[in-house]
Design a protein around this ligand. Structure first.
Ligand SMILES: Nc1ncnc2c1ncn2[C@@H]1O[C@H](COP(=O)(O)OP(=O)(O)OP(=O)(O)O)[C@@H](O)[C@H]1O
Ligand SMILES: [Mg+2]
Length: 322
């Protein structure tokens, strides 16, 4: 095959690129290092993070996928160009790509993403909503007339979709994801422990001990922060058992969205869900989130084995079926 076929998932936190013949080629932070004087993008992803650490006077970080996408379109396409080169090198023919897009993008944002991908060196761009990509990535059978529910938790949003014969019959997108879990932990540490912690620390707490299943084994973590009273550095030991309470607010919003989508669904398909259960995907999923949802909803909830890469893997499948 002369022309490469790629799946691309441009997330607010992570970008992934997958090819039809070689599988996952790249998964890196969607961040660019920009020259402060010239505004030129000089590096992307992990290398951008390192470059800015080494040259903080000359370079700044830019996360171009965070809204407004349209404003940083040039940075987005320059960043994508670097990632594409890293993933596939120089190719004789420019690749074609299926790009996953969130369901709540405006037309202007969708056009901006499409233009950025074209400008980055893709010859033909196809777009498909994230939940459908994820569904293909986890192997949902799009020919079977059985309703299936998919919940995708990213960094900036959660998308809930009721899927029937390859189409979304109901769906909802809410602005709650990994970033909001981090914010909830920052708030909890302030309220419960009188400790200021930054975003990076909050994310580490979430990743290391953020398990929300009641049955999870208890873990503890020493957390460094700034005491609210003394303004001095202080270390607090926290337990994984505190996480369910700390994260209850964003978890409840996700639960409400799932219930709302199920409620919009007709009786036949609701009966299907009772059998097929709920599939979870996305990098933002918390440890034990399947068990938590299982307990409160009484439905069989499963975390996909390829939760983080299902979207990009499904995008390639969608491209092959065009
Ligand atoms: N082990 C972990 N437990 C919980 N969250 C995690 C873990 N590892 C990474 N994350 C979170 O996953 C999120 C990134 O997930 P993902 O790659 O799906 O997001 P994205 O596609 O960039 O976002 P979006 O689709 O919302 O734009 C981040 O918020 C990160 O903190
Ligand atoms: Mg995503």
């Amino acid at each position: 095959m002369l022309r490469k076929s790629l799946g691309i998932d441009i997330g607010t936190a992570q970008i992934s690129i997958c090819s039809s013949d070689e599988g996952l080629l790249l998964r890196e932070p969607s961040v660019a290092a920009v020259d402060i004087d010239t505004d030129e993008v000089v590096e992307a992803g992990n290398r951008a993070l390192r470059a800015v650490e080494t040259h903080p006077d000359h370079l700044r970080l830019c996360w171009p996928v965070w809204d407004p996408i349209v404003k940083s379109a040039d940075i987005l396409s320059a960043m994508l160009r670097i990632f594409l080169y890293r993933a596939v090198g120089r190719t004789m023919l420019r690749p074609q790509a299926m790009v996953a897009i969130p369901c709540d993008l405006t037309e202007a944002q969708t056009n901006a993403v499409e233009d950025a991908v074209l400008a980055a060196g893709i010859s033909r761009v196809h777009l498909l909503e994230t939940p459908l990509c994820a569904a293909l990535g986890v192997g949902f059978d799009f020919s079977s007339p059985v309703g299936q529910l998919l919940v995708h938790v990213g960094a900036s949003r959660t998308e809930v979709a009721m899927i029937f014969i390859g189409e979304m019959v109901n769906h909802m997108t809410i602005p709650v994801g990994g970033t909001q879990f981090d914010s909830a932990i920052i708030e909890y540490m302030r309220r419960r422990h009188g400790l200021y912690v930054g975003k990076r620390t909050a994310e580490q707490i979430k990743i290391r001990i953020g398990n929300v299943a009641k049955s999870a084994e208890e873990k503890t973590l020493d957390v460094k922060g700034r005491c609210m009273k003394t303004r001095e550095g202080r270390v607090v030991t926290i337990s994984s058992k505190e996480m369910l309470g700390a994260l209850m607010e964003p978890l409840t919003l996700i639960l409400d969205a799932i219930v709302a989508v199920i409620e919009q669904t007709g009786d036949d398909m609701r009966a299907d869900i009772a059998k097929t259960g709920v599939m979870l995907t996305g990098g933002g999923l918390l440890g034990g989130m399947d068990k938590f949802l299982d307990e409160v909803m009484g439905l069989r909830v499963r975390r996909a084995a390829n939760a983080e890469t299902a979207v990009v893997e499904g995008a390639v499948v969608a491209l092959s079926r065009l």
